[in-house]
Design a protein around this ligand. Structure first.
Ligand code: GLA
Length: 362
């Protein structure tokens, strides 16, 4: 039998400063980790995490469908490793996410015969889930995305089973349960596309309503799934200022900048092969390599965004990237499957890109 020696990690950013040191007086710098990364299958990526980041978020393993796939069945193996990894590196550890309309199994909302359950039964399931998952990592996971994406672009409550069965106070209940489950954890509301004014106003209304009922929300997460030109910096600044009036910390929780043409992040999932040849070229323009001109535009965009965060460093507690390197990013496969995107600071070989150097220099 041949023993393959464990691959040792290469520090592909040797000679570069650590991002977390560059921003140490401003905010935490984080990355979302995939299951493979948590399981130690990507040593190069993990070498970058250890060097550059002081906070981590799990991409998927704490979502309901992963951690609690069937009634009474919890999968904590990957989450245990994730938390241990954060502790070993003395990181600020994030839990993502407790209550969401997506990646939540159908059984949560049904009885054993598949019929919808009622408000009290669903509240009890929500409570049990939050107490079990948060309880396991009490004092160890420091901040939780309690509710993800509850408001639509029009500023209304998003239609979901949570809303349909429990009613609008499902958000309040989730925060109450979370506060009871771990009184010392930071509790966040997380959302995308704040550039839609009514949505931003809807989130502000929601948080103010919670606050008026004595429910403490510690932060609002701005996901930050952006594009080269969209939204413009002044629009981001305008919603940062609006949200900061809530008196809670703001954080960028899922940052990535697509180098591909604008396409709504929540559009229906399609395969690039279902487009005609011309549209394929338009929506997947760089299948082999990113031209220098776009690489430079990406670097400028990252520099502009970080200059904005630093300008408002009193408002931000954290900036987390949704992934580490380009190959890992969901933007290669959602909402259009089969594209090649370049949204991160590190390329497909875990090498720092011009965007990395641009951020360091701001
Ligand atoms: C949302 C969620 C994340 C992730 C991304 C893209 O932003 O909060 O967990 O699923 O979508 O996949």
């Amino acid at each position: 039998m041949i023993n393959t020696p464990a691959r040792t990690a290469t520090n592909l950013s040797a000679g570069r400063p650590a991002l977390k040191n560059i921003f140490k007086d401003d905010f935490y710098i984080g990355a979302a980790l995939s299951l493979d990364q948590i399981l130690g299958k990507e040593p190069d990526a993990m070498a970058l995490v250890e060097k550059h980041f002081n906070t981590i978020t799990p991409e998927n393993i704490l979502k309901w469908e992963e951690v609690h796939p069937a009634p009474g069945k919890y999968n904590f193996e990957a989450a245990d490793r994730y938390v241990a990894l954060g502790e070993k590196n003395k990181m600020f550890i994030i839990g993502h996410t407790l209550v969401w309309f997506h990646q939540t199994p159908d059984w949560v909302f049904q009885d054993t015969s598949g019929k919808p359950i009622g408000r009290e039964a669903l509240l009890e399931r929500m409570r049990e889930h939050i107490f079990t998952v948060m309880g396991r990592y009490k004092g160890r996971i420091h901040g939780w995305d309690v509710v993800n994406e509850a408001i639509t672009a029009e500023g209304q409550f998003r239609k979901s089973k949570w809303l349909e069965i429990i009613g609008e106070d499902y958000v309040l209940k989730a925060f109450e349960f979370a506060r009871q489950a771990d009184p010392d954890a930071q509790l966040y509301y997380n959302e995308y596309d704040f550039e839609y004014r009514p949505k931003c106003e809807g989130v502000i209304r929601l948080i103010k309503n919670l606050q008026s009922k004595g429910v403490r929300v510690d932060g609002v997460g701005i996901q930050g799934h952006w594009f080269l030109d969209h939204p413009p910096i002044h629009e981001i600044e305008s919603y940062v200022l609006a949200l900061s009036q809530l008196g809670v910390k703001l954080m960028i929780t899922e940052m990535d900048v697509s180098a591909l043409p604008y396409y709504p992040v929540d559009a229906k999932a399609v395969d690039i092969s279902s487009f005609d040849a011309e549209s394929q070229k338009k929506h997947n323009p760089y299948p082999e390599v990113l031209p220098d001109s776009v690489q430079n535009a990406l670097a400028r965009r990252y520099a502009d965004l970080f200059a904005l965060f630093r300008k408002h460093r009193d408002k931000f507690s954290r900036v987390t990237f949704w992934g580490i390197h380009d190959a890992q990013s969901w933007r290669n496969y959602l909402p259009i499957r089969g594209r090649t995107d370049y949204p991160m600071l590190f390329d497909r070989h875990c090498k720092p890109k011009p965007a990395f150097d641009a951020i360091v220099k701001i």
